[in-house]
Structure formats: C-alpha cells, structure tokens
Design a protein around this ligand. Structure first.
Ligand code: MN
Ligand code: MN
Length: 469
C-alpha cells in the first residue's frame, strides 16, 4: 500500500469508527436556523413574563387553555386526543394529552422545574436602619451570594391579608416602575471584606434589599422611613405590616432576556435553569396530537431547594394524578408507572473555556452542541443519582437519532469537584425509566445565565420526538 492509500484508509476508518462532534450551526440548514431563532423569540418573551413559579404556572394555564386543554376532572371520562391540565397550588402544573394506546402501556413523561434561585423576603421583612428602609431576605436555592448585590431587582409574589383576600405583587418589570437593590461595600474600604472567603464575601444577613429612604413628614416619631414605606404600601395594596406574615415575596433580577453576542447566537436572562426546559417541554406538549402513548408534562416547583413540600416532586401530587388518570381507564397506577418513561428535563453545566479546569472536556456538554443527555447525576461516587440504564439510554439515543435531533452527552463537571441532582431520582423511584435531558447553561444560578439558541431549539425537538414515539 502506498503512503497515500494508507492515509486514505485511516481517514475512512476514522470517519466510520470515531464519534463525531460538530457545532449545531454546521449541522443545521439555513431554514432550520431561522426556525430556531424564531422559536427563541417566544422563549425570551416567556422568560420576561414568567420570572417566578407562580407566574410560570399562570402562563402555563393560559397557554394550555388557549391550546384547548381543559381542567382535569377525575370524575370525567377521557378518550384519545383529549387534553387536560392540573394546577397545583398555583405553583406546579401537569399537562396531559391522551394517547390511543391503553394507559397500562405506560405514559411518556417530561419533567421540568419552574422555580429558580432568588431572594425570598423574610416573614417579618421590613426594617429601617440608620434611615434606610430594607426588606430582609433569605436566599432560595444555591447561589454565589456576592453575585446578587448591586443588581437591579424586581419584586414578585402574593400577600394574603388578614381577611383572606390576596394581593398580587409585580413591581420593577415595567420601564416606569422603581426597582430594588442590595448594596455592596466600595473597593476603597473593602480590604477587610476582601479577606473573607468567597462564600462569606457577602453573608446571608447582608442580602438586605434597599426599598426606600424618604422619611414620613413628622419630626416627633421614630422609624420615619419605615412609616412612610408602610403608608405607601397601605395606599397601593391596602396592607399593614402584619400582612407580610402571610406573604410570599420574591426578589429576582429586573433585567429582560436579551440576545448575547454580535451574532446573536446566545440568550442571556435570569432563571433559564430551568425555565428553558419548561418552555421547550411546554411547547412540545401544547402542539402534541395523534399520540400513541399518553404524554404527561410536569412543570414543578421547589427543585432548587430539594423538591420537598407539596408543590415539589417528592410530594405525592404526581402519583395522585397518575392514579386518578389510571382509574378513569380502569387501570392500576402502579402498572402505568412501571411501564412509563421519563425525560427529566433539566439543565446541565455548559463547558466554560474561561473556567476549563472545572470540567473534563470529553464528558462535558458545550454551547451549540445540542441538547444534553445525562445518564447520571449525583456527586462523589454518583451519590444521589438515579443512573439511567444502558438499555434506556440506548432507546433514547435511537429516538433522538431517528428524528434528527442534535444532541450530546455530558456530566456535571469533573469527578469529585462538586455535582448536583435533579428531579430524575424522584420519578425513577416510582419505578419509571428516567434519564436527564436538558439544555447546557453557562453561569448557572447567577442572576444572568447564558444558553445557546441552537441548544434551546434542540431541546424542543427532543421533547417533541420523545412524546411522539
Ligand atoms: Mn435545574
Ligand atoms: Mn438549579
């Protein structure tokens, strides 16, 4: 064999035997890229409209109704093609499209979460200190606390008054609204602060949201700033200080979702973990029709604090829904669950070239690499993982390839460097074949997170392919 022939043979063998990774843009046609860009315009609108789990649940209910879904009623009969939804305490949602196959054959589940890291206001939040008015906060989810200072914040949530009536709060999103902010120390005076370790650089009790500074016009009384603020709040919402005791107020970054980059290839926004999977999953189920297997999309709360509580996936609300659905068709919930399959739709850490040390590149997902399939999560010896079986990975892989979905694999960073989990294990624990599939995110859990548009679109295509199996 000549040198040239040997070279050719090696080239051909490499083409045949190696795994090929190619940037999504180089694999998509111009018309596909156009569709992807258009899809992400809708995605950005969703991010701006639904910054909290309650707002997301409201958005989901509106969209579901518009798409012909009706409120689930366990006493009614349903047939193939029927579309139902259930809202759990205004914070979680389940949507289902009934398939033509018997429900005993199992359902195809998609599960994303609609809560994101943020600053929750304490139950007795209002404080005046040295003539500045504050809300005291308790952060929600895993954050680098120092990232949440000097960022314009908006306030979202509800206040339940003594008479039981509820006030909806959403302030700081409109251009003409005021915003709120946590202060930080100027560098000139921060030499002592800069010696603190990073988790303590800003301490939990220093995450105080500035809400005002103008005193009530009376020299005689104390706490004039607080009084003036309460007077404003009383006028605007009809509340008194005690009403905060039964309130849920969440401070989130006030900025809007934007394109990042001269080429506009990336989306920058708050709360993309995991509203990126929520939106893509929702889009897939809203468009679903003529399904063989019944499809169930779960959009849950409380993932960021461990999925506990009655709106998190460790609660029984999903099991109850499946049981009610099974009963309608005369089936047992356990048979439905045992035959079901689930894509746990949550984000993964995108390889960050600036912090390459934290990743093992061969097993990390990258921006524009497509939707990421994660066989196992967990940390330090796969602790806390559900670890999808090779057989199920094989099945999902075949579905994605058959449907031309651009996908990659990745685990969360280097072994022993950290780790994380998702709702996958809580669903897998119900005897459901479950695997993590989601969008790579850069700067995860920061006030401003980054995703690639092609990956967002690929997630939507993956979810669509899965429920249409
Ligand atoms: Mn997540
Ligand atoms: Mn998260």
């Amino acid at each position: 064999m000549s040198k040239k022939e040997t070279e050719n043979e090696a080239k051909q063998l490499k083409e045949k035997l190696f795994m090929h990774k190619k940037n999504a843009y180089l694999r998509m046609s111009d018309s596909e890229i156009k569709k992807c860009d258009k899809f992400c315009e809708g995605y950005k609108r969703f991010l701006d409209e639904a910054k909290t789990e309650r707002e997301a649940a409201g958005y989901i209910e509106r969209e579901a109704k518009a798409a012909g879904f009706v409120k689930f009623d366990k006493k009614k009969k349903y047939k193939a093609g029927d579309k139902v939804y259930l809202i759990n305490r205004e914070k979680s949602a389940i949507l289902a499209v009934i398939g033509s196959e018997p429900i005993e054959n199992g359902v195809n589940l998609l599960a994303a979460h609609i809560d994101s890291p943020r600053l929750d206001m304490k139950q007795n939040p209002l404080m005046e200190k040295d003539e500045v008015g504050y809300f005291k906060s308790h952060y929600y989810g895993g954050i680098k606390k120092y990232q949440w200072t000097t960022v314009p914040m908006s306030l979202h949530g509800v206040i339940v008054k003594a008479d039981g009536s509820k006030v909806i709060v959403k302030i700081g999103e409109d251009e003409n609204d005021p915003v709120f902010c946590v202060s930080d120390l100027l560098p000139h005076l921060a030499s002592a602060q800069m010696k603190r370790s990073a988790p303590e650089l800003i301490k939990g009790e220093e995450l105080n949201l500035i809400i005002g500074s103008r005193p009530f016009k009376d020299d005689e009384i104390s706490e004039k700033i607080k009084l003036n603020l309460l007077a404003i709040l009383n006028k605007k919402y009809g509340i008194t200080e005690a009403d905060f005791l039964s309130a849920e107020l969440e401070a989130v970054p006030a900025f809007k979702a934007r394109d990042i980059g001269f080429d506009r290839s990336l989306v920058g926004a708050y709360g993309q973990d995991d509203r990126v999977c929520a939106y893509t999953e929702l889009s897939a189920i809203l468009e679903a029709k003529n399904l063989k297997k019944t499809a169930v999309a779960i959009l849950t709360d409380k993932e960021e604090t461990g999925s506990d509580g009655n709106t998190g996936l460790q609660s029984a609300y999903l099991r109850y829904f499946i049981a009610d659905l099974a009963a309608i068709f005369g089936a047992r919930a356990r048979d439905v669950l045992s035959n079901s399959k689930c894509l746990s739709a949550d984000v993964n850490a995108a390889f960050d070239p600036t912090f390459a040390d934290a990743f093992e590149k061969n097993n990390s997902c990258v921006l524009n690499g497509g939707v990421c399939v994660t066989k196992y999560t967990g940390s330090r010896g796969k602790s806390g993982t559900s670890d999808a079986s090779a057989e199920f990975v094989g099945e999902v892989r075949a579905i994605l390839d058959k449907n031309g979905v651009i996908w990659q694999t990745g685990e969360l960073g280097k072994v022993d460097i950290g780790g994380g989990g998702t709702v996958a294990k809580y669903i897998a624990n119900l005897d459901v074949d479950t695997i993590d599939v989601g969008v790579p995110v850069m700067s995860m859990h920061a006030p401003y997170e980054i995703t690639a548009k092609t990956d967002v679109y690929a997630a939507y295509k993956a979810f669509e392919a899965f429920i249409n199996e």
